[in-house]
Design a protein around this ligand. Structure first.
Ligand code: ADP
Ligand code: MG
Ligand code: ZN
Length: 470
């Protein structure tokens, strides 16, 4: 039998507010364990949570970006569970009235994923297993999260990866999260079931908790799909349960801890007032939305004639897109090529591209693209200048001057071309006999004498002109 996978995702994204959701502790990643804490985020008796308005704004921005309806009035609820990562024994979340509902994400392969809801909530602390003991770090406790819940609309691993990639791009562009899976600021619960291909009814699902890398997500889905197929094909039944994925063994196993009793005894959080956005605040959020990666991509293809593949790479990181746009009006194609082939080589990782802390300033980059477009330096020289700019933060003019890459003046250039003709009689004879190719030898000669600084087009033209008189 052919089986089809059916997947729904619950994605947690840490918001990049400066302070936590209910107190003024920092949200900064890392730090000595238990130093970013106070009585509120560690749930001390008598402490009172005070909702950070920015969290509501960021949550609503996420909703608007995903085409959601925003509930201007929503509320916070307590979700109870007993586990050492949450000292209050409940998490403040949103239950029946979430901040955002009914959005969608369209994927580049044509799949459409419905977003059921987005709610705001607080993160839990982190358990660290060390030398047979469990240690707990509460720095992350109270860091604001949004949870984005989709309908069971994914039908393949590809769908899931495209969705997460797109989500990352959108959230980074609107600036509400850095979405770094390796730092836990984007984590996924994968709900998965299988059904015979063509069937309508869904099968029983399992939920794989807290996956935090693209590889883990892919491996966990593939493993769980196979496991469920084996169960059903041998006449068994899939049990609805919560699973943990072990990325070392590549297997899922049943989790016998906090999510076992799925009774969270939700009730309204009495210490946090109703969550409100005014119509004006909502309008302001909508009006101030930046151009999203999808729109940007379309514009790069239409306005700048870039290939979709190149445009996609540029719009993935907001700072890269802005850097590109600093020079795109001069020569978009070569600006894109410089970034994608030369600069990306020295900025190889996701994090580096997202941070874009490069020595080369947008102004100097623009200047380089301009010099190239005007034919003042050729592409090869431009690449050498670019490499130096990435190391030194100097301007192109300074580098050209320092490294003597500026080439020679017109008079000298003509002399070099004449010399090429005098010293290569064989090539000249071939050219005269109609072998256009022989010109290459002469051009190569000029390039050697000028250390590659001559412009190939100018050289060709000059040589042809001189050869007419020979
Ligand atoms: P719960 O409230 O018990 O967590 P939800 O209905 O909110 O259940 O669903 C949680 C997630 O599970 C959603 O992302 C949803 O799309 C997904 N889901 C629900 N049913 C299935 C199914 N049969 N197969 C795969 N995913 C499912
Ligand atoms: Mg759930
Ligand atoms: Zn605190």
């Amino acid at each position: 039998m052919m089986w089809e996978m059916v997947i729904g995702l619950e994605t947690h994204i840490e918001l990049s507010t400066k302070t936590k959701i209910f107190c003024s502790c920092t949200t900064q990643f890392g730090g000595e364990p238990n130093t970013h804490c106070c009585p509120v985020c560690t749930g001390q008796p008598g402490s009172l949570p005070n909702l950070n308005k920015k969290v509501v704004k960021y949550g609503a921005m996420a909703g608007v970006a995903l085409g959601c309806h925003i509930n201007l009035v929503s509320k916070m609820d307590r979700k109870h569970y007993v586990y050492p990562d949450m000292p209050k024994a409940y998490q403040i979340s949103q239950f029946d009235i979430p901040l955002c509902e009914h959005g969608k994400v369209e994927l580049e392969n044509g799949s459409v994923i419905r977003v059921v809801r987005i709610h705001i909530e607080e993160d839990a602390g982190k358990l660290i297993h060390e030398g047979g003991n469990y240690l707990v770090d509460y720095n992350r406790c109270g860091v604001p999260l949004i949870e984005i819940v989709t309908a069971p609309d994914f039908r393949s691993v590809e769908d899931v990866l495209l969705y997460l990639d797109k989500l990352q791009g959108i959230m980074r562009t609107i600036g509400i999260s850095d979405c770094r899976m390796q730092e836990g600021s984007l984590r996924c619960d994968v709900n998965i079931s299988i059904r015979p291909k063509g069937a309508e009814a869904f099968g029983t699902r399992t939920e794989i908790k807290n996956l935090n890398s693209f590889t883990a997500i892919e491996n966990a889905i593939n493993y769980e799909f196979e496991r469920q197929v084996e169960i059903l094909e041998s006449g068994g039944q899939v049990e609805q349960e919560t699973l943990h994925f072990n990325s070392d063994t590549g297997e899922t196993r049943s989790m016998r801890d906090k999510e076992n009793a799925n009774d969270y005894r939700y009730f309204r959080e009495p210490d946090v007032v109703t969550v409100r956005l005014s119509q004006e605040e909502y309008d302001e959020i909508v009006a101030s939305m930046p151009e999203l990666p999808e729109q940007r991509l379309k514009r790069y293809v239409e306005e700048y004639n870039l290939t979709e593949a190149d445009a996609r790479l540029l719009v993935k990181y907001r700072k890269v897109a802005e850097f590109f746009e600093a020079a795109a009006d001069i020569d978009a194609k070569s600006a894109a090529a410089f970034i994608l082939t030369n600069i990306f080589k020295s900025v190889p990782t996701e994090v580096q591209r997202e941070e874009w802390n490069i020595k080369l300033s947008a102004e100097n980059f623009r200047e380089l693209v301009k010099l190239t477009a005007e034919g003042k330096i050729n592409k090869n020289i431009a690449k050498r200048v670019l490499d130096r700019m990435l190391e030194t933060a100097l301007s192109p003019a300074e580098i050209i001057e320092k490294e003597k890459l500026g080439g020679i003046d017109n008079k000298e250039f003509e002399a070099v071309c004449r010399k090429a003709i005098e010293e290569n009689p064989a090539a000249v004879a071939d050219y005269k006999a109609g072998k256009e190719k022989a010109l290459q030898a002469l051009i190569g000669y000029v390039m050697r004498l000028t250390r590659g600084t001559a412009n190939p087009a100018e050289t060709t033209e000059e040589l042809k002109k001189l050869l007419e008189t020979v």
